[in-house]
Ligand binder design. Sequence first.
Ligand SMILES: Nc1ccn([C@@H]2O[C@H](COP(=O)(O)OP(=O)(O)OP(=O)(O)O)[C@@H](O)[C@H]2O)c(=O)n1
Length: 372
Amino acid sequence: MGIQTYLVGGAVRDELLGLPVKDKDWVVTGATPEDMIKKGFRPVGQDFPVFLHPKTKEEYALARTEKKSGHGYAGFTFFTSPDITVEEDLLRRDLTINAIAKDDQGNLIDPYRGQKDIQKKLLRHISPAFREDPLRILRVARFAARFAPLGFQVADETRELMREMVQEGEAAWLVAERVWQETLRALGENDPARYFFELIEADALSVVMPEIASNFQSLSSVQAKALTLAQKDNAEAEIRFACAVNSAAQSNFDNVQSLCTRMKTPKQFKEVAELSAKLLAIWQEEPFSPEVRLSILQQADGFRRKDRFFLILRACSFLCEAADKKAFPKDQLISDLEKCTQIAVKAFVDQGLKGKELAEAIQAERLRVISL
Ligand SMILES: Nc1ccn([C@@H]2O[C@H](COP(=O)(O)OP(=O)(O)OP(=O)(O)O)[C@@H](O)[C@H]2O)c(=O)n1
């Protein structure tokens, strides 16, 4: 038989979909780790049968079978041997469309009918082994978010299986950091709201992100609409996140805070989400006087954190638009900020003002310029 190399996974899928191919993953059959090292490949990690190509640095994995040995994501043992066929390797994978291989002659090896599912636009699991990895619940939701605009749907039986896994408590084993990683990737997809809807369909959102489960109960929720507006405007991930987690409820601040802390989201995501919720509440509840506008600039630290302030303002705008509320006064606040930043602080210092006095004088001047 000798050593055979196959292109697998996302690269083959994307090629068949006519999409640009990003990462190329390869599977090698008929080889031992020693064979790979002799050919100049570099092993990745200690006991994982994955190697980097000496030139391209692409990943070459020895064909393997996997077996679950515990709960959640940690418990996996795998078995690798030169006898394992590419078909056996494909069987352990998640979705049929991800389980097509291409040999070096260009022939497709498609034992689980991935091409047919590409035609039918179905995200369908390959075998009951799908349930061995709860992360796949999130992956399916993420692939739905990516491919929904191409007309893809999750197959009924896969939805059913995902629901069963959640009922059996499998989703509860997902560590928060993994949930965040998948969620961040999903936020960048073409239909990010679909990710949350698929998790609702599987009854998984209330397990992995209970703090925001109520935000996606309806397809036309404000959060879903805001998230879609943000995506259409190519908005940054922080803005998309702020749209997804926002809620008019008073308990929202605590919810966002606990969600971000639990998932260990980067600081900027937490701050943009919290501050946009805060600014919206101020704007909705108080008259939009120069004093309130100045207080908004200060509370959001717009003077020092201008880039972050713009993210917050855009998140607020999408949320207001989605709620059919009057437009958020983004341009007004930007203009206020510009006027304030033009104040020559030096003139006050030159007058001999210091400390509290200086701060008060600048404050008064800021209020004066934005009231003009
Ligand atoms: N929990 C997982 C992770 C990965 N895979 C398999 O490993 C391949 C490579 O995984 P990955 O690079 O994460 O995904 P891609 O399908 O390449 O998708 P992306 O375009 O998002 O990288 C997948 O196609 C799938 O066959 C899997 O079955 N189960």
